[in-house]
Design a protein around this ligand. Sequence first.
Ligand code: MN
Ligand code: MN
Length: 468
Amino acid sequence: MEKSDFKALKEQLLSRRRNGFDRLDGAERDTLESYCAGYKAFLDAGKTERLCAAEAIRLAEQAGYRPYVRGMAVKAGDKVYLSNRGKSVLLAHIGEKSLAEGARIAAAHIDSPRLDLKPNPLYEDGELAYFKTHYYGGLRKYQWVTIPLELHGVVALRDGTTVQVNIGADAADPRLVITDLLPHLGAEQNKKTLGEAIPGETLNLLLGSEPIGDREESGRVKLAVMKLLNEKYGITEDDFTSAELEAVPAVKATDIGLDRSMIGAYGHDDRVCAYAALRALLDLDKTPARTAVCVLADKEEIGSDGVTGMQSAAFDTFMEDLCESQGVPLRVCFEKSFCLSADVTAAYDPNFSDVYEKRNAAYLNYGIGLCKYTGARGKSGASDADAETVAYIRNVFDEAGVIWQIAELGKVDAGGGGTVAVYMANRNITTLDAGVPVLSMHAPFETVSKLDCYETYKGMKAVFTAAD
Ligand code: MN
Ligand code: MN
């Protein structure tokens, strides 16, 4: 065979996986940067599900979205949102076609792994004051010690009012920390596994050290800390009972690498897809053919249960209300709908190459990563999209010039994970997973590539505006 024939045949028959920078339209470089600047600001404004929901609503209102009220007449072109208890947001841009033709849905989650305060958090030991925590989501406990932390959340009072706590929102605010053992005394700890070295009950937040009152008294540091909290927030120790206070890393989103091609931040999982879905919806310049829906869900990191999680009937209720206003049964809408379950995937990490299967891993800068299935072992817990659905999205992305890749989350039997895809698919909605590949997923500081962030945004937009 001639060398040129071989080359032509290879071009014709074999897959050509290429780095996104070799495919990116040069004119898009500036758009990519400004998109990522907006994303970094979104991350800094929303380090908890509540703050993120509030920021999403602020951006939506700016774009002309208004709160949905049951019974409201909605027509093509209307832009509505519903805040589910301030922790999850559902948004819809009503399409030209009836909801009987189905909706185009992008579902991402806005909760991230973190340390929640226990209901009785405050104590003193060794003349130091602490908060007890209970970790939320799948985190590696050893990563959360000796890093500066912030505390955000609410204290709900018996009179129905709510106090906002944002320690760390202001640059001048103090930070909190969880201490770790010094190496000089770490001989026994060093023998433990990574999972055992930092027990959950040692994840205690250091709050203060200066006592008040007479030296004969006890609990002087605890009282001093409670006094400070009372002065600032008007709360007493019993009010922690009805509080949701979350410790999150005190770090701002920042460019990573000498070439600034990546972003390091807390909570890329899954605000990177949440922002892409939200921005794509808000940026639609005309009424979409089919109603475009963006779901920003809570509770994904602990299984999507609960009233604000993706398994909640809150989503069905919102969609049913919209359907009812058009005289369409919900089940008819669902069976014609398509959902992109927008969640992050694991990026290939050369430092830990043995847990990835190189031919089916997601790579940084190769674009939005499709996942036909997630799950563990023999695809357990996965919704496993059908071939036709993957073909549909391949076409939609290619038509829109979206840079994409398809991948699995690590080697077979290396572990596994899940997303909200299964809960959407269980509703009889055709669903496929897709999202941004992440390095150090679930760590206090995760890394993604700017190109992948931008291509995910383009992918969401392509879904919302797909011809069919
Ligand atoms: Mn996720
Ligand atoms: Mn996650």
